[in-house]
Design a protein around this ligand. Sequence first.
Ligand SMILES: [Zn+2]
Length: 174
Amino acid sequence: MTRTFQLTPLDTNSAAELRQEGGTAYVADTHPGFPCRQCLRDADVGDELLLVSHDPFSTNSPYRSASPIFIHRHDCGAPITDVMPEQLTRRLLSVRAFNEDEIMIDAAVIDGADLEDTLARFLDNDETDHVHVHNAHRGCWATAVTRDPSCDDPTKTAAVQMQESELCHTVMAH
Ligand SMILES: [Zn+2]
């Protein structure tokens, strides 16, 4: 499977810290409706969650802000990253491209079904360092997205890169 980008959701250590700090407790009473940002699944009815505040920025960018996110109350393991998670594709999303100084250089509100096309377009811009995806309605941060390093391997010859460039602009998701 060849991908142009990789999802970089909340990592396990950060999720553990957020659980320790605590948040507002919820029990999912609908599905979908409670998207966990660690496992990138919508919680099943009856699942326990915490609503916490997460700041995904690493510099003092003027865009720096924390967003509300749901996480399962207990460690829920590795996220789905080999396919585009349904928690993204079935929602209205705000997609924001940032340069390496974490300055926003592009943004769009899209139907989640168009997420792959939008990511491909944003990451095609060399100035884009990474992308943040949020739920458009309530602003919950969903995941960061970066280029797949396997598509930017400088050790590959130009011919190989040329050959792969078609694939490197396509994400296979089923
Ligand atoms: Zn989870």
